[in-house]
Design a protein around this ligand. Sequence first.
Ligand code: HEC
Ligand code: HEC
Length: 438
Amino acid sequence: MKLSRPILRSLLALSAFGLLGSVACSSADDDAPASATDVGQQTSGDATGGDIDDLTGEDGAGADAGAQQDVTVEGPFTAKLNLPASSFNYADPNLPNHFKTETLGFHGQVPLMNADTTPANNPTTDTGATLGRVLFYDKNLSKNRTVACASCHKAEFGFSDNAVLSKGFDGGDTGRHSMGLTQARFYGPKSFFWDQRAKSLEEQVLMPFQDPVEMGMTLDTLAARANAADYYPALFKAAFGDEQITTERISLALAQFVRSMVSTGSKYDLGRKKVSKRSDDFPNFTAEENLGKKLFVMPPPMGGKGCFVCHSGEGFIATEATSNGLDLTPSTTDVGVGGVTKQPSDSGTFKVPSLRNVALRAPYMHDGRFATLEAVIEHYSTGVQASPNLGVPFFANNGKVTQLNMTDLHKAALVAFLKTLTDVAMTQDPKFSDPFVK
Ligand code: HEC
Ligand code: HEC
């Protein structure tokens, strides 16, 4: 088993506190079956039979002619936009203090702000994110003008999709379950997608456009479409100082909008502001929610279930991709990060999205296999498999896993706690809503 530095540090900290007790930290490598060597790469489009040859050419025209056709045959696009006279506030989300301080004092539980993915050259501005919002909801930017980013990242579902797989512009299925975007701004490794194949958010936001299943465009047709819309010049000017429309600026603006999707007003946050340590009982929580919180944020030797090791800090984000033992051997069609890095030690590991707004975004996991939070908890209680790269603290020993075996009371409490991470005020905030007037 590969122990990452942050997780190792948490474990060392726990043992320094005398907390680890007799929990064995053994390696699964010793006896586990050799991890998949025939790792297959999957992009969100591969599994769906998207017709790559037909991306830009229309009626047999070549790629360049196709791009030309978009400019000459289509447009100008007009639309009525419902935007406020002075921009909504995106630049300063007024982050609470608990985002800036260390949690619990365990090493590895760094302040959330340390995991900010905002690059120096693309700070979020109100006008930049406003442009990003329009791009995010604009169906003109998919090949047959039927799908926008928001088609698969719906605000009411925590900016994810309630379908197991989402439908692309031509009705094809995505290769994986859509990811929620709440708190996507924060992730130490700064990489995106379940398999972390995008190295930055700026890189990521241009990929759905070019995905043969999702939006079916090329960067050339994307720029042509945006240039053919009469509502963009003013928005680009406000955001970047002049009316020039480029794919680079589209990337910057979309990344700003996605980064502005920060939740700070959940029941959890309201309670957290009232106590100095998050392990203290929150005054606004029911007894069940406080029990669930304790189970979540405490290590097993202290009566907890150790969820915080992988869903860490105030963002409930991970410090790296890992495996929560969904399958005994990584699937041959989707080995997650291993498909990108080709490293056996990454086979079957996936990015862990922030758990904020998790109750809004069933189904769960990269393949949407669990329909409810109860099913997720049952997995952690009795279903964890001794996958070769299983993360701590599910200690695998001789191919066996120490199951958490939770009582019904504990399972219900964990679900109740996860629901306190819901922030409906955020998902219903007009600044994240569809600006196109129908
Ligand atoms: C047809 C559905 C669909 C469309 C359209 C779509 N997405 Fe996604 N999105 C997904 C799926 C599915 C994933 C996970 C894919 C994977 O990991 O292989 C995803 C993942 C992401 C992620 C990664 C989140 C993380 O934490 O790593 C971001 C960010 C994102 N999408 C933003 C966008 C933006 C911006 C657009 C528009 C340009 C867009 N998406 C269009 C389905 C869609
Ligand atoms: C070993 C690290 C690890 C631990 C410990 C862990 N998880 Fe997870 N969790 C993950 C990973 C990895 C995923 C995503 C797996 C995938 O989709 O392949 C995940 C996904 C989830 C999801 C679904 C998120 C989504 O958007 O689909 C929930 C809910 C969840 N975990 C709750 C918990 C709870 C509750 C606990 C404690 C009982 C816990 N986790 C402990 C690693 C962990």
